[in-house]
Design a protein around this ligand. Structure first.
Ligand SMILES: [Fe+2]
Ligand SMILES: [Fe+2]
Length: 160
């Protein structure tokens, strides 16, 4: 996991997260800081372990999870879909941390897919990120539940 440890210390990664933290300071809905990335990483990894063989390496999954929302700050400013922005910002970070071009493509595809529906024929990593993104939330106890466009009653279940 040395490349992931390098990634989360990278000054650009930290700068993107700081911008998101600043812009989400008053946000009543889910936030997208470091804790969200870590939760998505752990859940996506365990989901893929359950899937069995032919899953990406643990650090591939963790890197994708930590990077999947880094474009949120740009989306708040320009309206551009953050799944595309995140993939664009992730590329130089992944290269700087020594991920191979093959792994970089797997991660970027997963990031671009993370807002799509799982029925849309996603890659396994994209599917894991999309599911973990929802499972990482405690919707049951959220005070903004009634205003949230993502909320569905099944999200209050522990397992669905
Ligand atoms: Fe996202
Ligand atoms: Fe997310």
């Amino acid at each position: 996991m040395s490349r992931v440890n390098q990634l989360i210390k990278h000054e650009d990664y930290r700068r993107y997260l700081q911008k998101i933290d600043d812009l989400e300071a008053e946000r009543s809905f889910c936030k997208h800081g470091f804790e969200h990335g870590l939760n998505v990483a752990r859940i996506a990894y365990s989901y893929m372990l359950e899937k069995g063989d032919a899953i990406p390496a643990k650090e591939t999954i963790y890197a994708a999870a930590f990077l999947h929302d880094i474009g949120r700050g740009v989306e708040y400013e320009t309206g551009e879909d953050h799944s595309q922005v995140s993939a664009r910002l992730a590329l130089p970070l992944l290269e700087a941390c020594g991920f191979t071009s093959e792994v970089v493509q797997i991660i970027l595809t997963g990031i671009r897919e993370h807002r799509q529906h799982c029925a849309d024929n996603l890659t396994l990593l994209g599917e894991a990120l999309a599911l973990a993104d929802n499972w990482a939330r405690d919707c049951r106890h959220c005070s903004a539940q009634n205003q949230c466009h993502k909320f569905e009653p099944e999200m209050t279940l522990i397992i669905y």
